[in-house]
Design a protein around this ligand. Structure first.
Ligand code: CU
Length: 148
């Protein structure tokens, strides 16, 4: 019967080889998964949005339109201070709320509405305009805030 006998120097070589492979893997993983722009986590992340409008005509000449938040989807980090700066461009007024929060407000044409918020729970939150909820009311005007 044979036994595998390792010398102390072999063990040290094996240990350092494994250590270098582990550190290399951690470094490769971190450099691949991190955003290309490094930001101080204490900073406020700002998103600029506008109220926009889609317009079209049906075959029988009826004009249809839909208001929207633009961009329609934003991705934010959990537990990070977020500031939404929403500029009213299309539409006179958009009273809104963000589902799952107590945030309410109104975006008016030519004005800027600022919303400060920090999401402590992951998920998809909808910013819903209360004036334009259905197609008949020139909606649905719903934006999506993805907290990851
Ligand atoms: Cu609206």
């Amino acid at each position: 019967m044979k036994f595998l006998v390792l010398k102390k120097s072999s063990l040290i070589v094996i240990f350092f080889t494994l250590l270098i492979i582990s550190l290399g893997s951690i470094w490769a993983y971190k450099s691949n998964s991190y955003p290309t722009v490094s930001m101080d986590p204490a900073d406020v992340q700002t998103f600029e949005l506008v109220t926009g409008e889609f317009k079209s005509k049906t075959d029988d000449g009826k004009e249809i339109e839909s208001y929207r938040w633009d961009p329609g989807t934003i991705v934010v980090e959990k537990d990070k201070r977020i500031q939404l700066r929403i500029h009213g461009v299309n539409g006179k007024a958009h009273p809104f709320h963000i589902e799952g929060t107590n945030i309410k407000g109104t975006v008016e044409k030519g004005k800027e509405t600022v919303v400060d918020v920090t999401f402590s729970k992951e998920g998809t939150y909808r910013i819903v305009c209360e004036a334009h909820t259905t197609m008949e009311q020139s909606g649905p005007m719903i934006g999506y805030i993805i907290v990851d």
